[in-house]
Design a protein around this ligand. Structure first.
Ligand code: GAP
Length: 512
């Protein structure tokens, strides 16, 4: 169930507490480009590190690489991005605004779906207890009409996109009377394909001969290094190669905060296996990746699989892991069985044999690939949306990020109760002891209550308060973020208490 009001709060919270800022904000920002602040970068690093360790450290047959963003232009010809990585776009002649044609149609469908919801709500109030939603949906003429319209849009849009018949898409937009959200007019251009890759120049001259693309996905860096890694690692099939890094797409309809950005980060794995075994590994990775997501503490009901009905010509299975964001279920990660498409294409375009010699069967073949591809920024958004909560405490609202302690930006705050009597000095000593192993924070400003609230807001799992008894008895009060329970513990036990809760092993162990 969507909750747009909460989403607005999450966005403001991210800005107010140093998680995410609009890029170049002092100049008015840059559409769909964001910067991570002091807390955001820690959370993002922790998420990346958890993914990386779970892939490489836990699997002997998976290794990582770090390929360049710039790649030979032929890579993108071979991968199909030059010819096929585009969206159908339409411009409104009055507002001069460009839209993705399929998104305009999807938004229109959504509006009709909302009308259905409204009819259902009205009927539920009218009929009370005895209201049967299923029967009502099947019999109410207005709802049936709306549903017919939704289905019609879907069918025609799908047919048009499949056939590449852009005139058909334009006709549908006109027939549905869709207006530009800005100008309110129906004065549309034709629909055209618009490539999503950004290009730039390798050299100082801009003759155009040496133009390059900023990579739109990290996956190709893995494919082109397949032979190097296989030879130098001496890995036998099946094995995987992972990488994380920036990708760039000229998303026209960039929206929903860091959900759809022009510059974003991916974490991808290509798992190479013997042809004929790929669907088995596809099933394995599908289940394993969902399990990975759930280790972060998100309830099962917040995830679902979305199986692709229409597969790309090179795939024999594909699924998205979707999360129930405040604006509805949306893709976070894709798992695709890509057969031997990518390596075959690189063999064709580079003239190099992209084969694996199987010493057991004495044959050479192009391996098949199962890909897992997750957007780090989307995962970040998921983590923050899931963790954000508001609670009533003594007539006050406490905003707390209930992040898993292993991914929380700051692990503990050390807070001397007052700024005298040796308390700051003892706090400093505790801080110095802990900072070697944990990202800890020390603060003596404001009341203890205010300091607790600030730590709750950034998701710090523990607050350690140093008081007069600490000096006399060598113990401190440790406050747990979620329960707000306080417990007296010995200073020398602090490191173990923290480690038991925040060590990445807490997450990794759940995957074994
Ligand atoms: N190599 C396969 C690939 O790139 P994709 O579905 O286009 O597949 C994979 O992208 C993941 O990357 C998505 O599931 C999403 O999490 C993330 N992603 C894609 N486009 C994005 C964008 N514009 N902004 C943020 N994340 C994006």
């Amino acid at each position: 169930m969507g909750n747009p009001a909460i989403f607005e709060k999450v966005i403001s919270h991210c800005k107010e507490y140093g998680f995410v800022f609009p890029s170049s904000d002092i100049y008015g920002g840059l559409t769909a480009v964001y910067d991570y602040g002091q807390n955001g970068v820690e959370l993002k690093n922790n998420l990346r590190s958890y993914w990386w360790k779970s892939m490489t450290q836990l699997n002997q047959n998976i290794v990582g690489i770090d390929a360049s963003i710039f790649m030979h232009p032929k890579v993108w010809k071979a991968s199909g991005h030059v010819d096929g990585f585009s969206d159908p776009m339409i411009d409104n002649k009055d507002s001069k605004k460009r839209y993705r044609a399929d998104v305009l149609l999807e938004d229109h469908q959504e509006k009709i779906r909302l009308k259905i919801e409204k009819e259902l709500e009205k009927a539920a109030t009218r009929f009370g207890e005895g209201f049967d939603e299923i029967v009502f949906k099947q019999t109410n003429s207005r709802i049936l009409e709306y549903q017919k319209q939704v289905d019609h849009i879907y069918t025609v849009m799908r047919e048009g996109l499949e056939k590449g018949d852009l005139a058909m898409i334009k006709e549908l937009i006109v027939a549905e009377g869709i207006v530009c959200p800005l100008s309110g007019s129906r004065n549309w251009t034709d629909v055209r394909q618009f490539n999503l890759m950004y290009s730039t120049q390798m050299s100082a001259t801009d003759s155009g001969e040496d133009s390059l693309y900023l990579r739109p996905e990290t996956a190709q860096g893995i494919f082109v290094n397949f032979l190097h890694v296989q030879k130098t690692s001496r890995l036998k099939l099946p094995f995987g190669i992972v990488q994380t890094g920036k990708a760039f797409r000229n998303e026209i309809v960039a929206r929903q905060f860091i959900m759809r950005m022009k510059e974003f980060e991916q974490m991808e794995m290509q798992f190479f296996c013997k042809p004929g075994t790929e669907l088995e590994f596809y099933e394995f990775w599908k289940a394993h990746r969902l399990k990975w997501h759930k280790t972060l503490g998100t309830p099962d009901s917040k995830y679902r699989f979305h199986e692709h009905v229409k597969l790309a010509h090179y795939a024999n299975a594909a699924v998205d892991i979707e999360y129930d964001f405040p604006f509805g279920f949306k893709e976070v990660e894709g798992i695709h069985s890509r057969k031997d498409f990518d390596l075959s294409k690189h063999e064709e375009y580079s003239g190099k044999k992209m084969r694996y010699f199987d010493s057991e069967t004495n044959e050479s073949y192009i391996p098949c690939v199962v890909e897992t591809s997750i957007g780090l920024d989307r995962l970040f958004l998921l983590a923050v949306c899931e963790a954000y909560s508001e609670e009533e405490v003594n007539g006050d609202t406490r905003t707390v990020l209930k992040l898993h302690p292993a991914i929380a930006p700051v692990k503990a705050a050390i807070l001397p109760l007052i700024k005298k009597d040796g308390l700051p000095e003892l706090a400093e000593k505790i801080y110095n002891d802990l900072r070697m192993d944990f990202n800890v924070y020390i603060e003596d400003k404001d009341s203890i209550g205010k300091r607790y609230r600030r730590m709750d807001a950034i998701g710090t799992p523990f607050c350690i308060t140093v008081d007069h008894d600490s000096i006399l008895q060598g113990d401190v009060t440790i406050r747990h973020r979620d329960s707000m329970e306080q417990q007296r513990v010995n200073i020398k036990d602090l490191s173990k208490i923290l480690n038991d809760a925040v060590n990445m092993n807490c997450l990794l162990k759940q995957l074994l």
